[in-house]
Design a protein around this ligand. Structure first.
Ligand SMILES: C[S@@+](CC[C@H](N)C(=O)[O-])C[C@H]1O[C@@H](n2cnc3c(N)ncnc32)[C@H](O)[C@@H]1O
Length: 379
């Protein structure tokens, strides 16, 4: 079990005062208790009580995720669980807010030679800033003119994910970069672009995995980028950060060898997702690779697990989560111009996150767990 102190102090991390950390510790432990104790108990409640009651009332056992939801919403254990889980999620972010108050004073040491380019005229898609995604106050594009939103995101994500993204919140980027290197050992990208990079958690691992490559991150939120730039420089990693819209980046045609996203697509709309794929295709040089890492499709899950996962949409302000997990990634890639034979998908088991640190990728093809990876090569 991780502790809040286990987050790596990388130089610009804002953890606040002793009192702030005490509040964070409470919110972290409260949420962990709910996830590890209450959440698993729902299955027993479903099987022993809710399913039987539903069958008695409707004549058939609940089969689909929608039927299971109907059955569970009639059970007070489940309704108490979702209420307390939502409260704990809001509490996580609120516990971090006082700690990021000093984010205007974060010093940027420009020793690594990266850069930051902001665009005050950016047109942000509605799906990025119309509501507080996963209950993060102000969400990604809240521009305070400082680094506060970035500091909130860095600390909040660590607490929210129970520390399971690693001390630097970078397990997904480590996993993706390690997987690509192993799956395509001869592919040596010289220019890499990470779309929706936030503070660069998943961007920085590419600096280590592909030394010599020019690494860029693009993101809509200015505060996130200011903080991400300061963080990368403090860590001695050379990254060029840009404010922009991933659907229309403004970079030249065929200017990158690798264009990637990490846990971005599930937050994009029905129109936004294919637009991002189209932009990836436009940006890639011939022979270049598009790679997306995100949640696996619901086809991997049974009806009960699908129901539980759909709670992200119902109770955690993730409006596109359900439709994303029913989207055909291969067809979407083909629709924007990739040849079908050049598109592959895979499921990376969650324990690869740990193994990627030491042993290289181990693809367990896990049902339901882990991450979906979409790889598409431009002819
Ligand atoms: C869940 S965060 C993931 C951040 C990062 N890739 C990581 O792995 O830590 C999604 C990020 O994508 C950004 N984003 C989503 N759609 C975007 C778009 N169309 N243009 C630019 N950024 C976008 C959001 O602002 C947010 O920072």
């Amino acid at each position: 079990m991780k502790r809040i102190e286990d987050q790596t102090q990388h130089g610009v991390l804002q953890t606040g005062s002793h009192d702030d950390r005490a509040r964070q510790d409470f919110a972290f432990s409260f949420r962990n208790k709910i996830t590890s104790h209450l959440m698993p108990a729902n299955r027993a409640v479903f099987e022993a009580r809710a399913a039987k009651r539903h069958e008695k009332e409707h004549g058939t056992a609940p089969q689909s995720p929608a039927d299971i939801r109907k059955a569970m919403e009639a059970d007070s254990f489940y309704t108490s669980y979702v209420s307390v889980r939502r409260t704990s999620q809001e509490l996580i972010w609120r516990s971090v807010l006082p700690a990021v108050d000093g984010a205007e004073d974060i010093e940027v040491k420009t020793s690594a030679g990266g850069s930051l380019t902001l665009d005050p005229d950016i047109s942000v898609p509605r799906y990025v800033d119309a509501l507080d995604i996963h209950c993060m106050p102000g969400v990604y594009c809240h521009d305070t003119g400082t680094q506060a939103t970035g500091a909130l995101y860095d600390r909040g994500v660590y607490l929210y994910m129970s520390g399971l993204m690693g001390g630097l919140n970078d397990s997904v980027g480590q996993l993706a970069a390690t997987f690509l290197k192993a799956r395509r050992p001869d592919f040596m990208p010289r220019k890499i672009l990470d779309l929706g990079c936030a503070v660069g958690h998943a961007t920085l691992p590419y600096v280590d995995q592909y030394p010599g490559a020019e690494v860029h991150g693009l993101e809509a939120g200015a505060d996130l980028l200011r903080y991400g730039h300061a963080r990368a420089e403090a860590m001695g990693k050379t990254v060029h950060f840009h404010q922009g819209n991933a659907e229309e980046t403004g970079f030249d045609d065929e200017s990158f060898d690798l264009v990637a996203t990490h846990i971005v697509l599930h937050e994009t709309s029905r129109r936004g997702l294919p637009a991002i794929f189209k932009e990836c295709f436009r940006l890639l040089k011939p022979g270049g690779i598009m790679m997306h890492i995100d949640q696996p499709g619901f086809a991997e899950l049974d009806a009960y697990s699908t129901f539980l996962q759909e709670n992200e949409t119902y109770y955690n302000n993730e409006p596109f989560w359900r439709q994303f997990r029913r989207t055909d990634m291969v067809q979407t890639s083909v629709d924007v111009g990739f040849a079908k034979d050049n598109v592959e998908t895979d499921i990376l088991a969650a324990d690869v996150i740990n193994q990627s640190q030491n042993n290289g990728p181990a693809n367990k093809g896990a049902k339901g767990g882990g991450f979906l990876v979409v790889l598409a090569k431009k002819s």
